[in-house]
Write a protein that binds this ligand. Structure first.
Ligand code: KG4
Ligand code: ZN
Length: 349
């Protein structure tokens, strides 16, 4: 069964083909980062219009590299939500149009289910059940995952998401969009322990997070060191040390809660997904902490940590039983992952 995956929830157009026998066959991505950079963040209307421009060439590219004709596709999967409504509508209407033209079923995939299942694209792939740490720009959540569609929420952020905290802190330090990777790169040149930031909720005794205070602590540290909130008033070394202090604090909290989730559930496999999962220091720390307690950690291949079409094609293929030839479609700007259910049994394609 060959699924075409289409991701357009935010600022990346991702397209891929996943074959349930052979695995990922081909994938392509267009990032809108340079288009949004002058505005300091994603401009939703520009995002939608760019998805319109990119989808046809990306699909053609992926089909060409897979050596697959349109007629060779069995299923069209698209991101139905959560995300920017206009951007989601581009992918959903494109996918539904294509499915109608081909007479094939379509399926609307939950973006976070795509992230959560993306480690299955890795080798070795994790086996159910596992604990999943989902750390993206909009979400920071811990789930116990018993199988596809069997997600129990263990804890989540009470305010900012981890990626959002990276992005906002990057802005405080005068770095551009996208902030997370820029902050991580700056932190590489900083020294550990020159500045000590709080570890919010690390001892809260539950599996929830809070990151907004950490961002405020960075703002106050900037003012203390520079006499103003202006990042330009800090020299490069001081900014790098602050970036390092922020990254260390965020990584400490994420790792402590992930380990506590393994303890609370008795599970021995941790899966990490979402953009912040690309962070090198977080990856190293989770490997170390998990190894110490005899647990395994699985990450998606780094390029599939951030938004991509491969995870949507994969999730669509795993949910093939839910696919429909009913041509109505809708998108969900907000949509709780824990509301999903197990897929219906797939009819052979
Ligand atoms: O999963 P994703 O691509 O999009 C959402 O669904 O949100 O995650 C994007 C988030 C952004 O906040 C970005 O700053 C963060 O992931 N991010 C990183 C790194 N790479 C991306 N944060 C920390 N370190 C990184 N290397
Ligand atoms: Zn995402």
């Amino acid at each position: 069964m060959r699924a075409l995956g289409i991701e357009t929830s935010c600022d990346e157009t991702g397209v891929a083909i996943y074959d349930s026998e052979r695995g990922l066959v081909a994938d392509a991505l267009h990032s809108q980062v340079t288009m949004h950079a002058p505005y300091g963040g994603v401009v939703p209307e520009l995002a939608s219009r760019d998805h319109v421009r990119r989808l046809v060439p990306l699909v053609a590219d992926v089909l060409g590299r897979a050596g697959c004709a349109l007629a060779g596709l069995d299923l069209i999967a698209y991101t139905r939500g959560p995300g920017l409504a206009g951007a989601l509508l581009v992918g959903a209407s494109f996918a539904s149009g294509l499915a109608t033209a081909l007479g094939k079923p379509a399926i609307g995939v939950h973006h976070l289910e795509g992230h959560l299942l993306s480690p299955l694209l890795g080798d070795p792939a994790p086996r159910f059940p596992f604990v999943a740490l989902l750390v993206s720009g909009g979400h920071t959540q811990l789930f116990e995952v018993a199988g596809v569609g069997r997600y129990r929420l263990l804890g989540e952020t009470l305010d900012d998401a981890a990626g959002e905290a990276f992005d906002k802190t990057a802005k405080l330090l005068g770095l551009g969009y996208p902030g997370g990777p820029a902050l991580a790169a700056l932190a590489e040149t900083g020294h550990a322990r020159t500045i000590r930031l709080p570890r919010p909720m690390i001892d809260s005794g539950d599996l929830d997070f809070s990151f907004s205070g950490l961002k405020t602590a960075v703002a106050l540290a900037v003012r203390e060191a520079a006499g103003s909130f202006e990042p330009g008033a800090l020299d490069d070394a001081a900014r790098a040390d602050l970036a390092r202090a922020f990254e260390d604090a965020a990584v400490d909290v994420l790792a402590a809660k992930a380990m506590a989730a393994l303890d609370a559930t008795g599970r021995t496999t941790l899966v990490v997904a979402g953009g912040v999962g690309a962070n090198r220091r977080l990856r190293e720390r989770l490997f170390e902490d998990a190894a110490r307690r005899g647990a395994r950690v699985h990450f998606p291949p780094p390029r599939f940590c951030t938004d991509n079409g491969a995870m949507i094609a994969l999730a669509g293929a795993l949910r093939a039983g839910d696919a429909s030839t009913d041509r109505r479609f809708s998108v969900e700007a907000r949509w709780e992952l824990a509301s999903l259910r197990e897929p219906a049994a797939a009819t052979a394609a």
